[in-house]
Design a protein around this ligand. Structure first.
Ligand SMILES: Nc1ncnc2c1ncn2[C@@H]1O[C@H](COP(=O)(O)OP(=O)(O)OP(=O)(O)O)[C@@H](O)[C@H]1O
Ligand SMILES: [Mg+2]
Length: 506
């Protein structure tokens, strides 16, 4: 039997309605409610605001007046209408106002799932719907997620990497190939089962159990910095065009030297397979005096050792059911840029030619590789922009992760049609987020500022309407370096009294 939580009163519209909250019902902001509409049947709505009022503390009474009859505490809520599901299963908005006096009920999980289209079990299980007492699992459509690009934005410590971890676990289980640009070396922990006692204690709530994953391959351009990696990441020099070469050189070189480099590349290519050492040798033998600056630049590139060893190809990185981690921990920023540029370009080219299967390409600390104008430069920006605008046509889904949304290239952000936003407080970052989300409201902004760690707002094509999701615990271990420092007690999901107070008095 559905629980009555209130009754509609006053002037009533069809987009929202006010209702007086039944005494004793612990209705919270964000809760899902339903009303039986005489034309549409059950209509789902969500509590947008709640206010408590007590006649005894009205201005009239505290300034000496007499309380009116029936004084006492009243709780009044405003609900925003979400809609009803028509015969075709589509979510529709009512066009006829609700009737005053109509009862308001707590919504049931089945209606919520059907109306919000929370997906089927074959989807990506992200966590539980916030705002509803019963457990409503949220599943996202895998194809939509890959075809539409995704960004995960939040302040540091809010749970971005943790959410990425949950996504990646789900993608491995669906056998979707994943490539992760991992500047902090935190994702190889996916191999180990979660051993955090607090999180293990929460697993039954989310219906998951601890598990490590086997098909994780960790690459690094520098094995002495990251000796635990499975394989040295060596880039393939023979896949570099002259333009690509010039882009990588640490210093700009004049036209005369470009000619020398071009000639050397032609000679090297005519011999079949070649290495950076071969090119350097050819240039050393060149008669031109213009060669010395070029040689210095190439020597610097050689010192980076990114072309040393047997090259890793996109077909090695992009495999069904395999997660390839590019661990860049401790690697110099300029070398990180070269690696990201080359890997992104090669993978995208091979995907376009159908040489590798559709994949998910994930970039952590994206503000470093796709910076907004005025926040630094990166050689990788060009290719990331191209993937953002064309990737979906070719089945290369991009996932951009950043704690500084304001510093991420706007055109890249705006191409992400699904956003997962965790707590954000910086006004510039909030502005960048609001600009990249259609129909962003100041109400959502306030919600984002008050989010608890691990709770995310999911917006965009992958959901019917913005929803808050209590991200599930990970099955595997979380590798975030700040684990112990920022961990907060998460057993109780009920907002703290402080947060509740702020919500009520709005
Ligand atoms: N859904 C969740 N369930 C349980 N714990 C979580 C969840 N999300 C985050 N946490 C906790 O919060 C900590 C910080 O999360 P995370 O490492 O994802 O932050 P981040 O946003 O990636 O920060 P940074 O910007 O510093 O990389 C984690 O170590 C974890 O303990
Ligand atoms: Mg992180």
């Amino acid at each position: 039997m559905a629980r009555i939580v209130g009754m509609i009163f006053g002037e009533v519209g069809y987009r929202d309605f006010n209702f007086i909250v039944t005494r004793g019902s612990k209705l919270q902001k964000g809760a899902y409610v339903k009303v039986n509409h005489d034309s549409y049947g059950w209509v789902l709505a969500q509590v947008g605001s709640i206010k408590r009022y007590n006649e005894m503390y009205s201005l009239n009474v505290i300034t000496g007046g007499q309380p009116k009859e029936g004084g006492g505490e009243r709780v009044v809520a405003k609900a925003e209408v979400i809609g009803y599901v028509d015969e075709k299963g589509l979510l529709k908005s009512p066009k006829i106002p609700f009737r005053p006096g109509e009862k308001v009920y707590e919504a049931d999980s089945a209606l919520i799932k059907r109306s919000l289209n929370l997906g089927i079990r074959s989807g990506i299980y992200l966590g539980l719907l916030e705002g509803h007492a019963e457990r409503v699992p949220v599943y996202l459509n895998v194809n939509k997620l890959i075809q539409k690009h995704l960004c995960i934005l939040a302040k540091t410590g809010a749970g971005k990497s943790y959410t990425v971890g949950v996504l990646v676990e789900e993608l491995i289980e669906k056998k979707v190939p994943v490539v992760i640009i991992d500047p902090h070396g935190e994702y190889a922990a996916l191999r180990n089962p979660n051993s955090n006692p607090k999180e293990i204690g929460l697993m039954s709530r989310y219906g998951v159990s601890a598990k490590g994953y086997d098909n994780i391959v960790e690459y690094t351009p520098n094995l002495s910095l990251n000796p635990q990696a499975d394989r040295k990441l060596a880039l393939d020099i023979s896949r570099l065009s002259i333009a690509g070469f010039l882009e990588m050189l640490p210093t700009k070189i004049p036209e005369s030297q470009k000619g020398v480099l071009f000639e050397a590349l032609q000679i090297a290519k005519s011999h079949g397979k070649y290495t950076l050492d071969d090119i350097i040798r050819i240039i050393q033998e060149h008669k031109s005096r213009a060669k010395w600056n070029l040689l210095t630049s190439l020597e610097m590139l050689r010192e980076s050792r990114v072309f040393e060893g047997s090259p890793v190809h996109p077909r090695d990185l992009v495999k069904r059911g395999v997660v390839s981690i590019i661990n860049l921990r401790g690697v110099r920023p300029d070398i990180q840029e070269i690696v990201v540029t080359r890997i992104a370009e090669e993978v995208f080219n091979d995907r376009k030619r159908g040489r590798v299967p559709p994949l998910f390409f994930l970039i952590e600390e994206a503000h470093n590789f796709a910076p907004e104008r005025g926040f630094g430069k990166s050689a990788a920006l060009g290719v990331i922009r191209t993937i953002a605008s064309e990737g979906r046509k070719f089945g290369m889904g991009l996932c951009i992760v950043s704690q500084r949304p304001a510093r991420v290239d706007k055109s890249v952000l705006s191409q992400c049609n699904t956003q997962i936003i965790l707590k954000v407080t910086n006004p510039n970052d909030m502005r960048a987020i609001s600009q990249s989300i259609e129909g962003f409201t100041s109400d959502l902004e306030e919600e984002i500022m008050q989010l608890q760690p691990g709770v995310a707002l999911v917006v965009g094509d992958v959901v019917e309407q913005p929803i808050f999701v209590d991200i599930r615990v990970k099955k595997s271990r979380h590798g975030g370096a700040s684990v112990e420092v920022v961990k907060e007690p998460r057993e109780t999901r009920i907002p703290s009294p402080g947060i509740l107070r702020r919500l009520f008095v709005r």
